[in-house]
Design a protein around this ligand. Structure first.
Ligand code: C2E
Ligand code: MG
Ligand code: MG
Ligand code: MG
Length: 281
């Protein structure tokens, strides 16, 4: 898919580590070191309704500031972490930090908006997820409606009944569920109908040329129509230009995420965008 192209897939390991077991061990150690010595941090990318200033929520994206390799993009380590339970450790850290940040913003008297965390399928279907989330929510005193989960389509196909059960527990906590990168997987309509979903995110590969290629515009239109008939919200991701925004608006899309509106940013910049609570009351 288009979004994968041109990414430099920097090798994670030094060339002399040829043994797969050694590689795995070394990666695990690097991640554990990273968690222990605060090499990971979060950035937040707003989702907006129609206008740049109308921020509906924030997606949480992990960053790794590696002592030797520099800034390592998630595409270079999340897929490796997903091969083991390391991803659960990472994503639990992300959930914890994001909720801690929400509490900090609230303590600064800012009006908070929901944060969306990306979860791997392995984590969604694990026994630990719901217990972990509900414990962290109450620890920070944050209501479940301020948390969203983003799951890619492929995950839904693995164990539908397990997904339905976990999602029902998340919904009971008022947590919203998004399908990320929608259109790149193979989820059937009947699957979508059976799951308690809230949001479909149109993959950026369709958004990229929606203003110049009729096929891409048609795909966007179809996804928007589908979302409507299933009563789901629709978010267009990876929106970079005004012509893309205009095309998507004309197709009925109202919620956008992308560099055209806001890039992912560190928490102090986000704080400047959040409205002080006194101004709302
Ligand atoms: P995603 O969840 O689909 O996130 C969207 C990606 O597109 C992000 O890349 C974001 O920085 C990038 N993006 C946003 N707006 C634009 C735009 O206008 N143009 C372009 N070209 N790109 C845009 P990022 O941060 O590198 O993350 C890549 C993927 O890594 C994410 O895709 C998600 O699947 C995964 N990921 C990121 N953080 C986490 C995490 O904490 N946990 C897990 N499990 N996965 C994560
Ligand atoms: Mg996402
Ligand atoms: Mg996406
Ligand atoms: Mg993605």
């Amino acid at each position: 898919w288009a979004k994968e192209k041109g990414r430099d897939n920097a090798q994670f390991f030094t060339p002399n580590m040829t043994n797969a077991v050694t590689k795995k061990f070394s990666f695990e150690k690097e991640v554990n070191d990273a968690l222990a010595s605060e090499q990971f941090y979060l950035v937040y990318q707003p989702k907006v309704q129609m206008e740049k200033d109308n921020i509906l929520g924030l997606e949480v994206l992990i960053r790794w500031n590696h002592p030797v390799k520099g800034l390592v993009p998630p595409a270079d380590f999340i897929p490796i972490a997903e091969e083991s339970d390391l991803i659960i450790k990472i994503d639990e850290w992300v959930i914890d930090q994001a909720l801690m940040q929400l509490k900090a913003w609230r303590d600064q008297n800012l009006s908070i908006v929901p944060v969306a965390v990306n979860l791997s399928g392995r984590h969604l279907v694990s026994d630990a997820l719901v217990t972990y989330i509900s414990e962290r929510l109450s620890y920070y005193g944050i209501e479940g409606r301020y948390l969203e989960i983003e799951i890619t389509e492929g995950v839904l196909l693995q164990d539908i009944q397990r997904c339905i059960d976990v999602m029902a527990e998340l919904k009971a906590l008022n947590i919203k569920i998004s399908v990320d990168d929608f259109g790149t997987g193979y989820s059937s309509l009947s699957y979508l109908k059976r799951l308690p979903l809230d949001i479909l995110k149109i993959d950026q590969s369709f958004v990229e040329e929606c203003d110049s290629h009729t096929e891409d515009a048609k795909i966007c239109e179809t996804i928007i129509y589908l979302a409507r008939s299933l009563e789901l919200l629709i978010v267009a991701e990876g929106v970079e230009t005004a012509p893309q925004v205009n095309m998507l608006k004309s197709l009925g899309c109202e919620i956008f995420q992308g560099y055209f509106f806001h890039k992912p940013m560190k928490s102090p910049l986000v704080a400047k965008l959040l409205i002080p609570r006194a101004e709302i009351a």
